[in-house]
Ligand binder design. Structure first.
Ligand SMILES: Nc1ncnc2c1ncn2[C@@H]1O[C@H](COP(=O)(O)OP(=O)(O)O)[C@@H](O)[C@H]1O
Ligand SMILES: [Mg+2]
Length: 446
């Protein structure tokens, strides 16, 4: 592995600051992963192949499985940035009690709306790229019309024709056509209504009809159909496909009501079937979850027989042998060696890539790891969020107090084991209670 010491890379100040402030607040950074990433070469190469398949008009689905703190969220973000390099549009969202794949109380639409808010491209990595994608579709149609001597309206209609055959495609095409009319006539309101519709922000059909003349809206029942439409649309706009990352799958596993859980798993199955059979175009899904979310036969994905058989892992890949080609991608926890490289990288990032500005010597890295091990044992590298945070904090104090000695400060570093919410006891099946499909108590309803 190339360590920063062998290959010094300078960082832009903006990237440096963004990385450090994310890590200090305990979240995975949005940009600059390559500066801090350790390990995962085989996993990254497996994902790169999947991304190439999507970019070729194919499909892919992966379940990134790892313990709490193993680096799932980090890995998913890394995958998104690789996908963006390959001209894919990417989006991601955490599943939560209020954001699910299947629901009847608006939670699925809410997941869709979150995905549309977070939609990103290489040039708009921080999300909210939908307006620029639609604009790009229109601009490229105008260019094509210019080149062929046709009218933009005809080119747009011809392109949208392909969407009309898909479920929900007719109205989707109408909305894009409305955007074009807005563009053509300088009607900003019409343009913004069209984008609002695409983002799943209309809540009633009446409003949508009044604003855009369409009969439908994105609702709980049509979320996946609309993701498929978006995937086709981004290709029409000149991108190579769509990658959707859904993290915190544990929230489906935690749904107390068996029926609600099962209907969510049914949606997962639909996605898995479509993506494995290649019946969708230019679309990939990446799910992030814990081993129990996958394997628990009572409430995990394995509790749903059809998913269990599709996601069963290669029985030969045991005892240190790996197979990265199946839909399940296991992420091992980081090792102490990884942690050491990670600290080197953090020191390097902190100095914006200038080795002469390193705030601590190599010896301090080892001492820091020993200190953390003595406080929280293995957790310092298995669930590294706090270790990373404290190390960056230590560097911040050293930077601002030039006279300070790292040895003295080290003794004062207090570090806590992270609390793993996922291990909270699950309430038992409330079968004797009256729960509706959304998991809400309905016994008080008359
Ligand atoms: N491969 C990696 N290289 C560098 N840092 C990583 C890597 N994987 C995870 N991290 C860091 O470790 C911490 C925990 O990772 P995270 O992705 O949040 O774990 P999970 O989602 O599995 O609970 C984060 O601070 C993240 O930035
Ligand atoms: Mg996570």
């Amino acid at each position: 592995m190339t360590t920063p010491a062998q290959k010094p890379v300078r960082l832009r100040r903006r990237d440096r600051d963004a990385i450090l402030s994310s890590l200090r607040s305990g979240v995975v950074p949005h940009v600059g992963f390559q500066h801090i990433q350790v390990g995962r070469a085989a996993e990254v190469s497996a994902m790169s192949q999947e991304i190439a398949r999507i970019a070729d008009g194919g499909s892919a689905v992966r379940f990134v499985i790892g313990d709490y703190g193993a680096g799932k969220t980090f890995f998913l973000s890394l995958v998104c940035s690789i996908a963006a390099e390959r001209k894919l549009v990417t989006t991601s969202a955490d599943l939560s009690p209020d954001r699910r794949l299947h629901a009847s109380g608006g939670q699925a639409r809410s997941l869709y709306a979150e995905l549309m808010r977070n939609i990103a491209t290489r040039s708009t990595p921080d999300g909210n790229a939908l307006p620029s994608i639609v604009e790009r579709f229109v601009t490229s149609a105008i260019q094509e019309a210019g080149a062929t001597g046709g009218s933009p309206a005809t080119v747009i209609a011809a392109r949208l024709e392909q969407l009309s055959e898909s479920v929900g495609g007719y109205d989707f095409a109408q909305v894009i056509a409305a955007y074009w009319r807005g563009h053509d006539t300088g009607n900003e309101q019409l343009k913004s209504d069209a984008v609002r519709w695409l983002r799943g922000e209309f809540t009633t059909r009446t409003d949508a009809r009044a604003a855009l003349g369409v009969r439908s809206i994105v609702d709980d029942a049509t979320v996946y159909d609309h993701l498929k439409l978006i995937a086709r649309f981004v290709r029409l706009a000149g991108f190579s496909g769509l990658l959707v990352c859904l993290d915190e799958m544990v929230n489906l596993y935690k749904l107390a009501h068996t029926g609600a859980r099962k209907s969510n798993y049914e949606q997962v199955l639909r996605i898995v079937n479509d993506c494995l059979q290649g019946t969708v175009e230019g679309l990939g899904f990446c799910f992030g979850g814990t081993p129990e979310m996958l394997m628990d036969t009572r409430r995990g994905l394995y509790s749903y027989e059809a998913l269990r058989s599709r996601l069963a892992e290669n029985s030969f890949a045991v005892g240190g042998l790996v197979d990265h080609s199946g839909p399940v991608l296991r992420l091992a926890n980081l090792t102490p060696e990884d942690m050491h490289v990670l600290l080197e990288r953090l020191r390097h990032v902190y100095a914006a890539g200038d080795e002469s500005a390193y705030l601590v010597p190599d010896e301090a890295l080892t001492a820091f790891m020993e200190h953390c091990a003595s406080r929280i044992g293995d957790a310092y590298f298995r669930t590294p969020r706090n270790t990373i945070k404290e190390f960056v904090n230590l560097l911040a104090v050293l930077e601002q107090n030039p006279g300070a000695d790292w040895r003295q400060l080290l003794g004062k570093v207090s570090i806590d084991t992270e609390y793993n919410r996922d291990l909270e006891p699950l309430s038992d099946e409330p079968d004797d209670q009256n729960l509706d499909d959304t998991g809400a108590l309905t016994s008080l309803r008359l």
